[in-house]
Design a binder for this molecule. Structure first.
Ligand code: ADP
Length: 264
C-alpha cells in the first residue's frame, strides 16, 4: 500500500496510461467551478476508483473522459494516435428505454453506429450472457428487478467492446445484498476480460473492495489529492472484507479522504 504520484504508473507493474488528464478544469456556464487542476493518468487494465464526497466533480471527470463534455482548461490525452477510443458509460440510473425489450436496449449503441440487428445479435447476446441475463433478451425493463436493470445497463455499455468502461456510482441505489453481488460479478468480469475501468463512488469500503488504485478527491472544485495503491490479489471475494489488509486499507483511505476534505 503506497501513495503514488497521480501521473505515475502503479508501482511494480509495467503499464501504460490509456488516458491522461493534465491540469484539467471545468467551470460551468453558471459559474460553478466543478473541478480544477485535475492530474490523473488512467492505466491500461486497471480498476481505478474515483472517491470523493458528493458534488466534488467525480461525474464531471467521467463526462470529460467520455467526451460528453469538454474541459475549460487543461488537456485530456489518449494513448496511441490520440483519438478517443470507444468508451462505455454506465450511469447512476439504468436509463433504459421502457418501451423497448432488453435486446433493443443493449443493441442501441451499436445501432447508433449503424450496426443492423442481424450483425449485432451475437454481440448483444454475448453482452447479456456476460452479465448473467442470457435468458432475458425479450423481457421489458418493467419485468426486471433494480439489480437486473443495472445489469442490462452494463451489458449495453459492453456491447461496443469499449476500451474504457466508466461507471458512475452504478450500484448506489441498490440494496446491499444486490450491491455486493454486482460488485463480485463486476470484479470477475474485469479480471477475466482485462478491461480498463474508472468507477466513481463515495464509499470508502466499495473503493477498497473493488479497485487496484483509489484516486481520493478534494471538495469542490475537486482535484486528485492522493492516489492509494490497493496491492491486493484479484479476483477478490467476500473473504477479502474480513482480512486485516482490507481493514488497514479502509482506515488509510478514510484518513486520506478526511485529509483531502480538509484541503482547500
Ligand atoms: P459528483 O459526481 O462528485 O457528485 P458532479 O461532477 O456531479 O459531482 O458535480 C460537481 C459540481 O458541479 C456540483 O456542484 C454540481 O452541482 C455542479 N454541476 C454539475 N453539472 C453541472 C451543470 N451542467 N451546470 C452547472 N453545474 C453543474
Amino acid at each position: 500500500m503506497e501513495v503514488a504520484s497521480n501521473l505515475e504508473a502503479p508501482t511494480g507493474s509495467a503499464t501504460e496510461a490509456i488516458v491522461t488528464l493534465a491540469g484539467v478544469g471545468k467551470t460551468f456556464e453558471n459559474g460553478t467551478e466543478a473541478i480544477a487542476g485535475v492530474d490523473l493518468a488512467v492505466q491500461r487494465g486497471e480498476f481505478l476508483a474515483l472517491l470523493g464526497p458528493s458534488g466534488c466533480g467525480k461525474s464531471t471527470i467521467l463526462r470529460l473522459i467520455s467526451g460528453l463534455d469538454a474541459p475549460t482548461s487543461g488537456r485530456i490525452a489518449w494513448a496511441g494516435a490520440g483519438a478517443r477510443p470507444d468508451v462505455g458509460f454506465v450511469f447512476q440510473e439504468p436509463t433504459l428505454m421502457p418501451w423497448a425489450r432488453v435486446f433493443e436496449n443493449v443493441w442501441l449503441p451499436l445501432r447508433l453506429k449503424g450496426v443492423g440487428r442481424r450483425a449485432a445479435t451475437p454481440r448483444v447476446e454475448e453482452a447479456l450472457e456476460s452479465v448473467g441475463l442470457a435468458d432475458f433478451a425479450r423481457a421489458f425493463p418493467r419485468e426486471l428487478s433494480g439489480g437486473m436493470k443495472m445489469r442490462v445497463s452494463i451489458a449495453r455499455a459492453l456491447a461496443t467492446d469499449p476500451a474504457v468502461l466508466l461507471l458512475d456510482e452504478p450500484f448506489a441505489a441498490l440494496d446491499e445484498i444486490t450491491r455486493f453481488k454486482l460488485n463480485d460479478d463486476l470484479l470477475a468480469l474485469w479480471s477475466s476480460r482485462g478491461w480498463t475501468i474508472v468507477f466513481v463512488t463515495h464509499s470508502v469500503f466499495e473503493s477498497v473492495y473493488l479497485s487496484t488504485r483509489i484516486a481520493v478527491m478534494t471538495r469542490r472544485p475537486g482535484r486528485v489529492a492522493t492516489v492509494i495503491d490497493v496491492d491486493e490479489p484479484s479476483p477478490r471475494s467476500a473473504d477479502f472484507r474480513l482480512t486485516p489488509a482490507y481493514a488497514a486499507l479502509a482506515r488509510r483511505t478514510s484518513e486520506a479522504l478526511a485529509a483531502a476534505m480538509g484541503e482547500a
